[in-house]
Write a protein that binds this ligand. Structure first.
Ligand code: GLY
Length: 413
């Protein structure tokens, strides 16, 4: 029964003391005679640097987009900022970043922009053609409601959750992800869909109606049964036969091959089962998250800075683009998993996540002030086989990076 805040607090205090000791000794030319010192920047300082830069960049972005009605940041294309409207699956991430930054530093300016950009995606609550309502509504309105208890946000969330569950089928026991490629996939479910289940858990909390939670659990159970290989890596797309309710195809869409381990898909899986264990306490979800974490942390194709290539089986490693978004999602999940599965394994998860955060907060990945079209992180990959969004900033990399920074900061407190 580890007490994370107390135990970790001591560890972090020692890091700060060692770092200060090193700085002092270096200054006085006595570095060689000092034992038990570390030149490593304390993680608390890394976290503060990351949050400062995230706030700086996000406010620049807000001021730039303020006059552009309905627009949200998407990525960089042809060296310029590319925006979207509410209907793109990533519309909720930037409002979510602003809410997290407001939680960290509750200024009226951050709140004003968080409210502005959240309001831009209200129409997403009525979308019934995609499963991405959790990403869109829960990251934006969900965080906004958590921090402000604004009743109008609650109404948007409930409407959005009702839209999402129209895509649930009793026959498959799953939420349908996509409607395209209907000639190939009868009922496609992508691993990413695990991320939308947290929204359904919140909908049960908000309404007292268990149906949203029941759908989420059914989806997680069926995904656990059908989406994973023996080594705990996962497929991207599993399509179900609508007559039998059983899988008829296991494929990829954004990965290298059907049998490869697409990096972000593995991170969605890790985050999804960690979150579902937090929400349900079903032990099989904790086992699944633990096994996925082991697959990822021990993977021979993981680079030394722990920021994955876009696919663990990409053919030209090490000459392949990285995916900082998968590292950010993975780090955030590992921090939570370290608390849910404490002890030696939890310590490994936390150390791994800290290493990822250190890399992401280095100049290699963290944007310099005012650069990177005001996104926070560089070097993510959206859809390599489609030659789309390769080695660019992506709003979800920023969202999960800031979430991970806050999760670490809460541990250090
Ligand atoms: N959910 C789509 C992606 O991860 O790229």
């Amino acid at each position: 029964d580890r007490s994370p805040s107390r135990g970790l607090g001591d560890v972090y205090k020692r890091q700060v003391e060692n770092f200060l000791c090193t700085c002092m000794l270096v200054c006085t030319g006595m570095f060689a005679s000092c034992s038990n010192t570390s030149k490593e920047e304390p993680i608390s300082s890394v976290v503060e640097r990351g949050l400062d830069r995230a706030e700086h960049q996000s406010l620049l972005m807000a001021k730039k987009l303020e006059p552009m009605e309905g627009k949200l940041p998407k990525t960089i294309k042809n060296d310029s900022l590319e925006t979207s409207d509410y209907s793109w699956w990533c519309s909720g991430f930037y409002p979510g970043v602003l809410w997290y930054l407001y939680e960290n530093n509750p200024t009226s300016e951050l709140k004003k922009y968080a409210e502005d950009f959240t309001g831009r995606i209200e129409k997403a609550k009525n979308i019934k053609y995609s499963h991405d309502l959790g990403f869109m509504i829960n990251c934006s309105y969900g965080n906004g409601y958590r921090l402000t208890q604004n009743e109008t946000y609650k109404d948007v969330m409930i409407t959005g959750a009702n839209s999402l569950i129209t895509r649930y089928s009793d026959k498959t026991g799953l939420i349908r992800s996509w409607d395209f490629n209907a000639d190939i996939w009868q009922f496609p479910v992508i691993i990413d869909n695990m991320m939308n289940l947290e929204f359904l858990m919140r909908a049960t909390d908000l309404t007292g109606d268990p149906k949203y939670k029941q759908i989420a659990i059914s989806h997680a159970d069926k995904t656990l049964k059908n989406h994973f290989r023996d080594d705990y890596s996962c497929y991207h797309v599993v399509s179900y036969d609508t007559i039998t309710g059983e899988p008829h195809k296991k494929q990829t869409h954004q990965g290298y091959t059907d049998e490869s381990a697409w990096a972000r898909g593995q991170a969605w899986a890790l985050y999804g089962y960690t979150m579902m264990y937090r929400e349900t306490k079903k032990p099989e979800y904790l086992d699944q998250a633990t096994n996925i974490a082991k697959f990822l942390m021990n993977h021979p194709a993981m680079p030394s800075d722990k920021i994955p290539y876009w696919d663990f089986d990409a053919p030209n490693i090490p000459n392949e683009p990285r995916d900082a978004s998968s590292a950010a999602v993975m780090a955030s999940a590992l921090i939570e998993l370290s608390l849910l599965n404490p002890g030696e394994f939890g310590d490994q998860c936390l150390k791994y996540a800290e290493d990822q955060i250190r890399s992401l907060t280095s100049s290699e990945y963290l944007a310099a002030e005012g650069e990177n079209c005001d996104f926070i992180l560089k070097h993510s990959t959206g859809h390599k086989p489609g030659n789309s969004e390769v080695d660019v900033p992506l709003s979800y990399a920023d969202y999960y990076y800031v979430e991970a920074l806050l999760r670490l900061k809460n541990l250090i407190k």
